[in-house]
Design a protein around this ligand. Structure first.
Ligand code: PMP
Length: 562
């Protein structure tokens, strides 16, 4: 069935960003009253109307289970599903569509290889090589395998620009190395690795190589034949397709020798209690009813990408990245993280003295969607000695004007967050004013609960015994950090009311100098009626929190004067 022209993949004669944007309905909306600027493409891409239509069309016009149904709908669905395997094979230049296995995403693709090829080939004392810039999904499956087999995970180091040390890599390869698994393009740094050289070096020693192409697939043409990789995985949702579908490519000779991944329907040839035989590849690795709708829509995403001038799209994305990098590096306090010469359209940065999440939330108020944090690459953050970055990742549908809004937002956030000159008494007065709007304690109580619900989540790593506040009836964890002579608090509790109290205390005391924290009278607590309404245990808990914050201030102050 051919979709009506409004839903078909458009024919893009020339690369015109403003025209292309019209294919992506999400981009047309506003966020917080401002035009939405979507710079979180490395997390997931937006979907063109044709892909969205492919999903609804399947469910509304030919939803049926595939392969074993003889009826009209099943035949139609089977045909649409099967066609995509060939389309994917062609898209990445696989030798045959038997080399294409549908999985949930990159993560499942890597886990599949670890659980089958890995389990079959890795034994005690063997080694697996990954790099220092891997996504957690290309670390943890290998750690699990290594633990099970008593094997060793080796890590290729990188330099301060985020470039892998190829000499160190070459020296890691030896007769014990059973697999190299490497990211093509880093999601947190943007580095594009020299994968062809990496594969070549491993192959010279007969070592197979797996490529994590989660980021690369949408930006540049991937040719598995030319790369000569043994396995390669990617996710549909990062390449304009739906979530819940991805692809694992594997060389046929490997796939044929590998044991199955999961057992169930579809992956068997015949089942009896005496002996079960397995289906041929790729079905051997696809147990159960597959993700029919999403496979079909993935096919449409590929059609969409093929309809573009991909060279022009890539150039546009790189132009955005270079422009953003240049403009950001001109801003006071900005440090780019990931400055490799070969980079994809990802800009990761920190603003000295500012918390990445604070900046991310401030940019959000301007309609700009960026990602903040470790981006599932904690070892990368450890390597650079930072808790996280602010990451803007661009797609061909982004514009230079949007980058300008990001830059203006960063500049403003620096002034806005860093130059906090509001004094403790001023903030206390603000809070007193807010509480005066309520007549009843019930309303005040509800407001405190609301504040508690909005308190940012404290990272699990800070919920440790030494951060626990003694004297509180509920569990309360308080973490403090000093940046540029000011103390910043973060906290959490298992009680929402206590979280509300914490939110108020943090609002007053966080970001202040140690001496000001020590001098703070905190008269607002009486003024808003806490003392007369709080039960004794809660009042004691509140006093313990304040005491702990002041003790931190004292400790930091004596460190500064020591
Ligand atoms: N590898 C890289 C480089 C990624 O960026 C991601 C997603 N952020 C993954 C693997 C995992 O992809 P998925 O969550 O779609 O399985």
């Amino acid at each position: 069935m051919k979709p009506s022209p409004a839903f078909a993949v458009p024919k893009h004669q020339v690369f015109d960003v403003l025209e292309l944007r019209k294919d992506f309905p999400v981009l047309l909306q506003k966020a917080h009253g401002k035009p939405l600027i979507y710079f979180d493409n490395a997390a997931t891409s937006q979907k063109p109307q044709a892909v969205i239509h492919a999903l609804t069309e399947y469910y509304s016009a030919y939803n049926a289970n595939i392969h074993r149904g003889v009826h009209f709908l099943s035949q139609k669905a089977s045909q649409a599903f099967d066609d995509v395997r060939g389309k994917v094979a062609k898209f990445i230049h696989a030798a045959t569509e038997k080399e294409i296995i549908f999985v949930r995403g990159t993560t499942e693709g890597i886990n599949l290889v670890a659980a089958t090829f890995g389990r079959m080939n890795v034994k005690e004392g063997d080694e697996i090589v990954v790099s220092a810039m891997e996504h957690h999904s290309n670390i943890v499956p290998w750690q699990i395998l290594c633990e099970e087999k008593k094997a060793i995970l080796k890590v290729i180091p990188m330099d301060d620009d985020g470039v892998l040390d190829i000499n160190a890599y070459a020296s890691l390869l030896n007769s014990k190395t059973k697999l190299v698994s490497i990211v093509h393009t880093s999601n947190s740094l943007g580095t594009i690795n020299p994968v062809k050289e990496i594969i070549n070096l491993a192959h010279q020693k007969g070592i197979p190589v797996m490529i994590d192409a989660a980021q690369a697939i949408v930006h540049e043409p991937i040719d598995v034949h030319d790369l000569d990789c043994d396995f390669l995985a990617f996710s549909g949702h990062k390449m304009l397709g739906p979530t819940g579908i991805g692809v694992l490519y594997g060389k046929l000779q490997h796939l044929e020798s590998m044991p199955p991944y999961q057992g169930g329907g579809e992956m068997i040839h015949s089942v009896s209690f005496k002996q079960t035989t397995y289906n041929e590849v790729p079905y051997k690795f696809e147990a159960g009813t597959p993700n029919i709708a999403d496979v079909i829509a993935l096919g449409t995403a590929i059609d969409y990408l093929n309809s573009l001038d991909r060279h022009a799209a890539l150039n546009h994305e790189l132009g955005l990245m270079e422009y953003a990098s240049l403009k950001l590096s001109e801003l006071e306090g900005v440090k780019l993280i990931g400055t490799a010469p070969e980079k994809a359209s990802v800009v990761s940065f920190v603003i000295i003295g500012l918390n990445a999440l604070d900046v991310g939330m401030y940019l959000d108020t301007m309609g700009v969607a960026v990602r903040t944090g470790h981006h599932c690459t904690e070892p990368v953050m450890d390597r650079f000695g930072i808790p996280g970055t602010i990451r803007a990742s661009f797609m061909f549908y982004n514009t230079y004007a949007e980058v300008d809004v990001l830059i203006a937002g960063c500049e403003k956030s620096y002034c806005f967050i860093k130059m906090k000159t509001v004094t403790i008494p001023e903030i206390e007065n603000e809070i007193i004013g807010e509480f005066e709007l309520f007549d009843e304690w019930t309303e005040k109580y509800e407001y405190i609960i609301e504040l508690g619900q909005k308190l940012p989540v404290l990272d699990e790593k800070y919920k440790i015994e030494e951060n626990k506040i003694k004297g509180c009836q509920s569990s309360v964890w308080l973490h403090s950090e000093v940046r540029e002579g000011k103390i910043y608090f973060e906290a959490d509790s298992d009680s929402t009311f206590v979280k509300g109290e914490i939110a108020l205390l943090i609002r007053v005391l966080s970001g202040q100098k140690p001496q000001d924290i020590l001098d703070a009278q905190l008269g607002f607590i009486d003024a808003i009626g806490f003392r007369q309404h709080l039960a004794m245990t809660r009042a004691n808990g509140l006093a313990s929190m304040i005491k702990q914050m002041k003790l931190y201030a004292l400790a930091h102050q004596s460190q500064q004067t020591a």
